[in-house]
Design a protein around this ligand. Structure first.
Ligand code: GDP
Length: 195
């Protein structure tokens, strides 16, 4: 499904720019710096593929990648920027709401959460939006290599407790490290099984 077959398709700034809904898609969301680009690169085995979405001007676009012919992988802009202009944030939130509630082929959202920090207020906001949009979502813990076992357990308990309050959340977490390769195969299999 993945190796060598992932191509950047396009950046989208309005609903009218979305590709035809002709295949299932999954989206990735997370606070900026959570490790989203690293994870997408690890998943697709293509170093630098997701970097385009981090360059200035690209940050407010919904970036589409083709996984072979079978799925779209959708990279949503990182949220939680400290000093983004209000108008930019509002425009983006409008598009995000339209996308999440209106995209019929969106099968699942992966919400990335830093293994050191757990779920923050901005993550709760997007999770609530996903609940309202009836988009099932699954948490992917990033940077697991950065935390010790006992600290990790504490964070995971917090994450599970918070997820239990979200009707659209899958209870199972995916533990990943893009650095060490942990959980990447698991996540690939999960996406491949979605249709
Ligand atoms: P994004 O803003 O969410 O796209 O985050 P990036 O993928 O750019 O990662 C942010 C920072 O975290 C970078 O310095 C990465 O090298 C680092 N990082 C990302 N994933 C991992 C990981 O699994 N382990 C470690 N140790 N660092 C990571």
């Amino acid at each position: 499904l993945f190796a060598g077959q992932t191509e950047f398709l396009k950046g989208v700034v309005a609903m009218s720019g979305l590709p035809d809904p002709d295949r299932p898609e999954v989206c990735f969301a997370g606070r900026s710096n959570v490790g989203k680009s690293s994870l997408i690169n690890a998943l697709t085995g293509r170093k630098g593929l997701a970097r385009a979405s981090n360059t200035p001007g690209r940050t407010q676009e919904i970036n589409y990648f083709e996984l072979g012919q079978s799925h779209y992988l959708v990279d949503l802009p990182g949220y939680g920027f400290a000093n983004a202009p209000v108008a930019v944030v509002e425009k983006w939130q409008r598009l995000l709401k339209q996308y999440l509630s209106g995209r019929q082929t969106l099968r699942r959202a992966f919400v990335l959460v830093d293994s050191r920090h757990g779920i923050k207020a901005v993550d709760e906001e997007i999770m609530t939006l996903l609940d309202k949009s009836a988009v099932t979502f699954q948490c992917v813990m990033t940077k697991t290599d950065k935390v010790k076992e006992k600290d990790r357990t504490k964070v995971l308990d917090q994450v599970r407790a918070k997820l239990s309050k979200h009707p659209a959340a899958y209870p199972e977490l995916v533990l990943t490290s893009s650095e060490k390769g942990q959980g990447i195969d698991v996540l690939r299999s999960i996406i491949a099984a979605i249709d």
